[in-house]
Design a protein around this ligand. Structure first.
Ligand SMILES: Cc1cc2nc3c(=O)[nH]c(=O)nc-3n(C[C@H](O)[C@H](O)[C@H](O)COP(=O)(O)OP(=O)(O)OC[C@H]3O[C@@H](n4cnc5c(N)ncnc54)[C@H](O)[C@@H]3O)c2cc1C
Length: 512
């Protein structure tokens, strides 16, 4: 048996087998079909009809806009089909108990927000140096005001303003739509359950076997089998790095609720802390999705379901809840030999910042770029794996910061999360710089190659959760300070340029 790795050869014109038809599988198929079908690749997607998809995943980051732009599908085309709504940001109530900071909003922003961002940096930096100025991010960002008024992030031309935003959607419907898109562009779709994965003498994957289709061989494989982790983990034995010591949550329970009776639809995700985790509330055009993400080390599934039901007013409702387990962490390498892992098979960070599909997109796009730059040499593969791992670890650091900065003391869960000392150097330096009134912007710039989140997001979380010293001193008279009333006035003056969210969606659906 030789151990020579043949997957360093270019695969143009050869066959790619995607195993798994969840959102990750169909996003991969769509990106490959759009970018590579013209090069003569034969792309097949195989999915099981007896092993379901995870079926949750309703929030996204602004990156999702770039996904649809890239494959050439307009909002008017896909959003009504997927019950999608606009998302201006995420609101985090009850994570902090600091007076005046019991809720904050993580906004999406664009270049149009440069002025307010500078004002916010100025005030937040002063407050971190113990100067008594207003530093709550909610007063500085238009997106927070849009959410508060249930407006869509679609400014009219007169405003001269451009918004960034993301979406909420039904993940199963996105999968269905991308299936139609991909098969129309030549992707072969097979239904079958893999019962054997065959490996070549050199260690590369040779093919899979299903009762329905017998042996299916390919030159390259994409593992989109979700938490089953069939190719990259179970077959190729790539180790899994768990994040459980940093991110405690390993379970979720989800259930829908009806939309509000007044016909309005929020344009934000609500991520409210509960006793042993947090609950999401995501508006679609036909319902809310709700789910409690918690740690089974602290609460059992029945008690978690009860707490969820209580928090969303569904205690006596006959609507069934769905329980899910989560494997939080990432594989050591997402691309090994002739196999690329995408989606839950590659790793998962709990959905607090709704980043999973962003990582799917990043993974496939980076993979395609590396190939187009020069094939599958080991150098490109190593470079790819390093980049993908940095994305995972960067998201982990930011998500963990919500827990580290919490100031709740109602349960051991929150106390242990806050007292967790398993910080890496980057995080230690960020917290130290902030706590000692140092130059956080300079620190973040020095970490730029490893950061996924922008400085604005870091300032928002540190200031928004009220991580400040007590008893701040009065500002000196000549200090430049921005007054909250002034910032609020500016944001409010912009609201007339934005349409009502529910009405904008209804108009889009009608036009479609
Ligand atoms: C509680 C929770 C909340 C989430 N919220 C968000 C969110 O807000 N935003 C976000 O971006 N993401 C979110 N996610 C993640 C998101 O759901 C997933 O990243 C996304 O759905 C992609 O899943 P997947 O396609 O990798 O896996 P799955 O959906 O599990 O699909 C796996 C596929 O593999 C197939 N398969 C498995 N074994 C075999 C076999 N032996 N033979 C053939 N086929 C096989 C299955 O049939 C299925 O088609 C959330 C996840 C959880 C658990």
């Amino acid at each position: 048996m030789t151990n020579q790795d043949t997957s360093t050869q270019p695969i143009a014109g050869r066959s790619i087998l995607i195993v798994g038809g969840g959102t990750a599988g169909w996003m991969t198929a769509a990106l490959l079909a759009h970018g590579w079908a013209k090069h003569g690749f034969q792309i097949t997607l195989l999915e099981s009809d007896s092993i379901g998809t995870i079926g949750v995943g309703e929030g996204s980051t602004p990156k999702m806009r770039r996904f649809f732009e890239r494959i050439g599908i307009s909002e008017a085309e896909w959003m009504p089909q997927c019950n999608a709504t606009y998302k201006c940001g995420i609101r985090f109530p009850d994570w902090s108990t600091a007076p005046g900071y019991t809720s904050y909003y993580h906004p999406f922003f664009s270049q149009s927000d440069d002025g307010p961002i500078r004002a916010f940096y100025q005030n937040a930096s002063l407050r971190s140096r113990n100067v008594d100025v207003h530093a709550h991010p909610d007063d500085f960002f238009i997106s927070n005001f849009l959410s508060n008024h249930r407006l869509a992030p679609l400014p009219d031309e007169r405003s001269g303003y451009s918004c960034d935003y993301a979406y909420h959607f039904d993940a199963s419907l996105i999968g269905d739509m991308l299936k139609r898109y991909s098969t129309a562009r030549g992707v072969r779709h097979l239904i079958g359950t893999v019962n054997e994965v065959r490996v070549k003498d050199n260690g590369d994957l040779a093919g899979v076997t299903t009762p329905e289709h017998g042996a299916l061989d390919a030159d390259f494989f994409v593992d989109c089998t979700g938490f089953a982790n069939l190719l990259i983990g179970k077959t190729l034995g790539v180790p899994f790095n768990s994040y459980k010591d940093i991110l405690f949550n390993d379970s979720a329970v989800a259930m829908p609720t009806p939309l509000d009776s007044d016909g309005t639809i929020p344009s934000e995700t609500l991520s409210k802390a509960l006793k042993y985790g947090w609950v999401w509330k995501i508006p679609l055009t036909n319902r809310y999705g709700n789910g409690y993400v918690y740690s089974s080390d602290y609460i059992d599934k029945d008690a978690a379901e009860r707490e969820l039901r209580e928090s969303i007013g569904m205690l006596d409702s006959p609507v069934e809840a769905r329980h899910l387990k989560m494997r939080v962490g990432r594989v050591e390498k997402s691309w090994v030999r002739n196999c690329l892992a995408v989606g839950l098979s590659q790793g998962f960070i709990e959905p607090l910042e709704a980043t999973a599909l962003m990582i799917v997109q990043d993974t496939v796009e980076t993979f395609m770029t590396r190939y187009e730059q020069g094939g599958f040499s080991e150098r490109y593969r190593a470079d790819f794996n390093e980049k993908v791992n940095l994305i995972f670890d960067g998201v982990k650091n930011y998500v963990f910061t919500h827990y580290k900065l919490n100031s709740r003391s109602d349960t051991d869960y929150w106390i242990n999360a806050r007292e967790n000392t398993k910080l890496n150097t980057d995080l230690e330096r960020i917290y130290y710089t902030w706590d000692h009134g140092g130059d956080l912007l300079a620190e973040l710039r020095s970490q730029a190659a490893r950061q996924v989140y922008s400085p604005t997001s870091w300032f928002c979380i540190l200031a928004g959760m009220g991580r400040f010293h007590d008893k701040p001193k009065k500002p000196a008279k000549d200090l430049q300070v921005y007054q909250p009333a002034q910032m609020r006035k500016f944001c409010e003056s912009m609201l007339g340029h934005f349409p009502d969210h529910a009405q904008a969606l209804a108009r889009m659906a009608q036009a479609a």
